[in-house]
Ligand binder design. Sequence first.
Ligand SMILES: Cc1cc2nc3c(=O)[nH]c(=O)nc-3n(C[C@H](O)[C@H](O)[C@H](O)COP(=O)(O)OP(=O)(O)OC[C@H]3O[C@@H](n4cnc5c(N)ncnc54)[C@H](O)[C@@H]3O)c2cc1C
Length: 250
Amino acid sequence: MAIVQFPLQLVERRMIAPTVGHYVFQRNDGQPLAFIAGQFLQIHFDYADGTATRRSYSIANVQAVDAPAETTVEIAVSYVPGGAATALFEALDMGDTVQASGPFGRFTLQPSDANARYVLVATGTGVTPYRAMLPALAALIDTRAVEVVLLQGARTLGDLLYHDEFRAFADAHPGFRYLPCLSRGLPDDAHPDLRHGYVQQALPEIAPDPAREIAYLCGNPDMVDATFEALKNAGLGPAQIRREKYISSR
Ligand SMILES: Cc1cc2nc3c(=O)[nH]c(=O)nc-3n(C[C@H](O)[C@H](O)[C@H](O)COP(=O)(O)OP(=O)(O)OC[C@H]3O[C@@H](n4cnc5c(N)ncnc54)[C@H](O)[C@@H]3O)c2cc1C
């Protein structure tokens, strides 16, 4: 069956890290985009030789729970040297249009979850699904006192995407613990919750407990594999660990 495509028109772009752009598109075929936080879109384009291809991008919209579907779509695009989609995104001007399809994916919070804590782990743009989940997480913290810990990996403070938003959310919601992990060292006046090292290295501090957790892992495939192994070794079963690997879909 042919995948239904729709046009997305660029209405806003800003850099949120040295090589990551936050893009806001308007779906301009008159339809809203209904999605569940954690899902992704696909962007369709052609290589220089005319061959059709596509790449996936997680939806970053922070949309209130039960709000009507929006017509704007936000994504974060990490620029990969020599990347085909990277070239497309870098060349986009305001008002330009790309073709998209979706939403797709099951990397979402499940209404049947009865866990005591969510452990969310991300590197790079892999944190985008968790940004979209914030309103739903706020509701779960309120209604069933679920705890949430977010381990966000980046090289430096300047590479931590949506850092201020996650910090503000953690300050407003005591049930949400935000632990950014910087692989290249900490700044002099580091916030007490900043950690030095990879996200996997912060796992012992949060003491993963098979009786309490559901974990979400998103981003760099090596990080996802290493964290999966570490959580398995801590006793979590595969059904307690949900994964989204950011690989090129060629
Ligand atoms: C479900 C899903 C969701 C995704 N969500 C996002 C998202 O929200 N934001 C986002 O930026 N990307 C996301 N990705 C990755 C994205 O789809 C593209 O793979 C990525 O943007 C690179 O595409 P490209 O065409 O620019 O590079 P390509 O032309 O595909 O690759 C160029 C070269 O770079 C290498 N490469 C590809 N990706 C990376 C990388 N991440 N780091 C280092 N080297 C790389 C390739 O192996 C190749 O050698 C997601 C992937 C999946 C599967």
